[in-house]
Ligand binder design. Structure first.
Ligand SMILES: *Cc1c(COP(=O)(O)O)cnc(C)c1O
Length: 364
């Protein structure tokens, strides 16, 4: 019995009878770009997230890039964010000509250390980009207060947290703009790439729509350098089916995490949910001094596991010239000790027991 990180096959088997006829209908309708399902999905996603505007695009990376362009990020501007994240959080800043400024993380939540953010603000700072890592909402109120005090924008990287909530708002709906991804491993996932920008700001929304469609307000008239970044009709069909299950699936993820927490207590450091909002466990990530041993025994037993992230961004080759001098002790320590275990909405209790059994045998 091999266990994958994320059991997409089980999900497909469950939803197939609903997805396949809907996809076939969209194929026959031949409105592959900007079709009715894209519009319907945007409306449904806006309602779900509780925002005035949900604008779809081609990926989570594009969502971040377009959001940063929309707030006017340009050469010389700084963006405060975390180095313990997927590369796109910071590469998009560089694509705009800006400079990511990495702040260390909290050792228990793996999210930005809120006590270190203000000291990183300079006259060139334009935005703060918190990442709700592994599905855990960042405590955003202090960050919003800093943004108001210093005239900065708050852009949420909610790629791993769609469906989480914080202070009565859905993840991605609290800041000036929230960005999410529908990459196949994400909590709400397409059968390919896709992304979404969320905002209550009419002007930012209009700007992001223009940027996502070649910088064009009127067809064939381009007033700003834009992108071809669209969600296609087929992906929208699939996302509409899956959006209806998102809360249920996220509840299932929490139940799986609860089982792990109980079974792993005392064996490894289990994830810490700080209680600021509802965690949606995009990943279930433990810490252990014997991380490499655990990884080996699980792999040998046919159980997938993964290190997210083995190389923090300030240690990436692409940032060597600009960030080679940066040291982030907590980030570096967590990168050495973290391990993500399989988690999916359809992971069964007996699978969780088997995974923990293999770990227990190796560790005791
Ligand atoms: C997945 C992810 C992205 C990028 O999304 P894509 O759709 O893969 O482009 C950005 N930030 C974080 C934190 C992610 O996990």
């Amino acid at each position: 019995m091999n266990i994958p990180m994320l059991d997409l096959k089980a999900e497909y088997a469950l939803l197939r009878d609903e997805i396949e006829p809907a996809v076939t209908a969209a194929l026959a309708a031949c409105q592959y770009i900007g079709g009715p399902n894209v519009k319907a999905f945007e409306a449904e996603a806006a309602t779900y997230a509780g925002v005035r505007h949900a604008i779809s695009c081609a990926s989570g990376t594009d969502a971040l890039l377009i959001a940063l362009r929309a707030i006017g990020l340009g050469p010389g501007d700084e963006v405060i964010t975390t180095a313990f994240t997927f590369v796109a959080t910071a590469s998009t800043v560089v694509m705009c000509g800006g400079k990511p400024v990495f702040v260390d993380i909290n050792p228990r939540t793996f999210n930005l250390d809120l006590d270190q953010v203000e000291a990183a603000i300079t006259p060139r700072t334009k935005a703060i980009v918190p990442v709700h890592l592994f599905g855990q909402p960042v405590h955003l109120a202090p960050l919003k207060a800093l943004c108001e005090k210093h005239g900065l924008k708050l852009i949420e990287d909610a790629a791993q947290s769609f469906g989480a909530d914080y202070a009565g708002r859905m993840s991605g709906a609290y800041g000036d703009i929230g960005c999410t991804s529908f990459y196949p491993s994400k909590n709400l996932s397409a059968f390919g790439d896709g992304g979404l920008m969320m905002t209550d700001d009419d002007q930012l929304a209009a700007e992001m729509r223009v940027l996502a469609s070649h910088g064009s307000r009127v067809r064939y008239h381009h007033h700003v350098l834009g992108y071809n970044s669209r969600l296609d009709e087929i992906q929208a069909v699939i996302l509409r089916v899956k959006l209806k299950r998102l809360d249920h699936f996220n509840n299932r993820r929490r139940a799986v995490a609860d089982s792990y927490n109980q079974l792993l207590a005392g064996l490894v450091e289990t994830p810490f949910a700080d209680g600021h909002g509802r965690h949606v466990y995009h990943q279930y990530t433990i810490l252990s001094d014997r991380r490499d041993l655990i990884q080996k025994v699980l792999t040998d037993a046919g159980i997938a596991c993964a290190v997210y992230y083995p190389v923090p961004l300030h240690r990436q080759e692409m940032f060597a010239a600009t960030h080679g001098q940066v040291t982030l002790p907590v980030t570096e320590s967590v990168a050495r000790h973290c391990l993500s275990l399989p988690i999916s909405p359809l992971l069964r209790e007996e699978q969780v027991r088997r995974i923990v059994g293999v770990m227990r045998q190796a560790l005791t």
